[in-house]
Design a protein around this ligand. Structure first.
Ligand SMILES: C[S@@+](CC[C@H](N)C(=O)[O-])C[C@H]1O[C@@H](n2cnc3c(N)ncnc32)[C@H](O)[C@@H]1O
Length: 219
């Protein structure tokens, strides 16, 4: 069988950065009410291949702080911070658009991609590269980094979830909560969701004991 000629991954990345577009062979799919959407390969990728750019506004630390003050928690997760040339920068991908990079989910155990930055015309661009061969149908994932991401709590039963999650956002202590309480995941729908399964009503139904995302307890 004839092997396809491999494009140099950095050149490939520069091409898509300059074109401000995503490559064919990656699709958005709705996964479930907790994870929301994700990005899936529809063609095979080889280890080292460029996959996607995490496209958004490149902003300074100061501007990031300003936006963080006004953003809802659900938007803050789209802010990717990184060091470049001795300074803290951020790519803010909170704006819902056609870009696929902003929809790639976290996997800190067995990710198949890694983010690296590439400089184009003096500006850093965050790019995802495959860290192993990827088959069609696989979800693209990378490690979001060390943090108490609520979804990383594993194997919890209903009683243990609030203690073990250790999240402070929103409050996880039951005494601050009343029957009126709703966590952010139930009070509002996920930003720009298009799938009916993600409606606030469906999420309230799933959160009857505790929210799967943040472990807020409902009485
Ligand atoms: C940058 S967004 C990724 C796209 C998101 N799935 C969506 O549909 O908009 C990050 C959010 O995705 C969800 N997420 C990412 N990785 C996850 C995982 N491994 N398990 C559950 N939820 C995850 C969390 O809600 C997180 O706040």
């Amino acid at each position: 069988m004839k092997r396809r000629k491999r494009i140099n991954p950095k050149d490939d990345a520069r091409f898509y950065i300059t074109a401000e577009s995503d490559k064919v062979g990656l699709d958005i799919k709705y996964i479930d009410a907790v994870k929301g959407r994700g990005i899936f390969a529809s063609v095979p990728f080889e280890k080292g291949d460029f996959l996607l750019e995490y496209r958004g506004d490149l902003i300074s630390k100061r501007e990031r702080e300003r936006r963080q003050r006004i953003y809802h928690d659900l938007l803050k997760v789209f802010m990717f911070e990184f060091h470049f040339n001795g300074k803290l920068w951020c790519v803010d991908a909170a704006t819902e658009n056609e870009s696929l990079g902003r929809l790639v989910n976290d996997d800190h155990i067995n990710p198949n991609a890694k983010i690296k930055y590439l400089t184009v015309q003096g500006k850093p661009h965050l790019c995802l590269f495959a860290v192993r061969d990827i088959s069609p149908g696989e979800e693209i994932t990378y490690n979001y980094g060390d943090s108490d991401w609520p979804w990383r709590c594993k194997g919890l039963d209903d009683e243990m979830a609030p203690q073990m999650c250790g999240t402070t956002n929103p409050p996880s202590t039951t005494d601050e909560l009343t029957t009126e309480n709703k966590c952010i995941h139930t009070a509002v729908s996920h930003p720009n969701q298009t799938s009916p399964e993600l409606s606030p009503l469906a999420k309230v139904g799933e959160c009857q004991k505790h929210c799967l995302v943040c472990a807020t307890v409902f009485s």
